[in-house]
Design a protein around this ligand. Structure first.
Ligand SMILES: [Zn+2]
Length: 177
């Protein structure tokens, strides 16, 4: 597994706030932890270690899948994250993976409900994109963005029930993204 050490890694301090968020569901935490260390098995990584797989992005089918394409170069995943940001009341344009990760780390440090929910949503979105990508690739599933928005909104409200800091911000998230 020595090759792993050749891959670029973000310094621990940069992402620990968002990954080590204590409210974060363990499933989301694990996938985000792999993503920040560039350890998700995207096509570019598989090819590097000699594993040949279909190369097209499972979402748009027009470009070779790379980590940077999935997060968030792809028109489909970018539009999902864009829409979620609008729902969260975060007026900003979706950038590259390092841009989004840096942003998520910055807001994860803030002690207000809106920022805390947005950082949580970022982690959940990374998890869902990876899950849906695997669904499309290995289970011949289909991608239904509307279902994802419902899933995220419901999860945030159910999870948020027990989080005092989120209460006021949850009131303004009274719609589906
Ligand atoms: Zn794509």
């Amino acid at each position: 597994m020595g090759y792993l050490f050749l891959l670029p890694q973000y310094p621990k301090v940069a992402w620990k706030t968002v990954v080590l968020n204590t409210t974060l569901h363990p499933r989301f935490k694990f996938i985000l932890w792999l993503a920040v260390q560039n350890r998700l098995t995207t096509v570019d990584r598989l090819l590097k270690i000699g594993i040949v797989v279909p190369t097209d992005c499972a979402f748009c089918a027009t470009t070779r899948e790379t980590f940077d394409h999935l997060f968030f170069g792809c028109c489909v995943t970018r539009s999902v994250w864009n829409r979620l940001l609008a729902w969260l009341g975060c007026a900003r344009t979706v950038g590259s993976w390092p841009d989004e990760l840096t942003w998520a780390c910055q807001i994860a440090k803030r002690k207000n409900g809106k920022s805390s929910i947005a950082a949580y949503c970022f982690a959940m979105t990374v998890y869902i994109i990876w899950r849906e990508r695997n669904n499309l690739r290995f289970k011949q599933g289909y991608f239904d963005a509307a279902k994802i928005y419902w899933e995220i909104a419901l999860h945030i409200h159910i999870r948020g029930n027990g989080i005092q800091l989120w209460q006021n911000a949850l009131l303004s998230l009274n719609s589906i993204p």
